[in-house]
Design a protein around this ligand. Sequence first.
Ligand code: FE
Ligand code: FE
Length: 176
Amino acid sequence: MPKDSLRALYVNELKDLYNAETQLVKALPKMAKGSSNAELRQGFEEHLRQTSEQVSRLEQIFEMLGEKPAGNKCVGMEGIVKQGAETLAEDYEGAVMDAAIIGAAQRVEHYEIAGYGTVKAFAELLGENEHVSLLEQTLEEEKQTDEKLTRLAEQINSQAGQGEQEETKPRSNRAA
Ligand code: FE
Ligand code: FE
């Protein structure tokens, strides 16, 4: 009986992730479009391709389970995506907008890392070894994307900070 309920929980979490990934298929092109930095934009485009593969990995798992992937709305991801859309609507420019977008994107990746870590652990307990290897591939992609964003942030944040210094200097001169 406990194993049956863990299986039900597992399927439910997979449905949440499936819905989250399909939300991201729509959101990632907007994040790419809003980015000025070429490497950041290409990073979003590459992760969009990975995300489509992640959707099909989940579909393979549902197929093996004899379940339908649809039926859940991931309100957690919905909130994160909404907040990202608000960021994109702000009038930040250049490196400052890119820094803001990276912050939004890392929230997405961390949420996914938590979700995939959870389902992978459930799949291990349930002895679903094929699922484990599919989920592991996706989990690795999410982690690598997060790390890439951290690397890009080091460069972009400092560009955003330089702009700040250049702008505040003449202003304080004028004040004096
Ligand atoms: Fe994903
Ligand atoms: Fe992702």
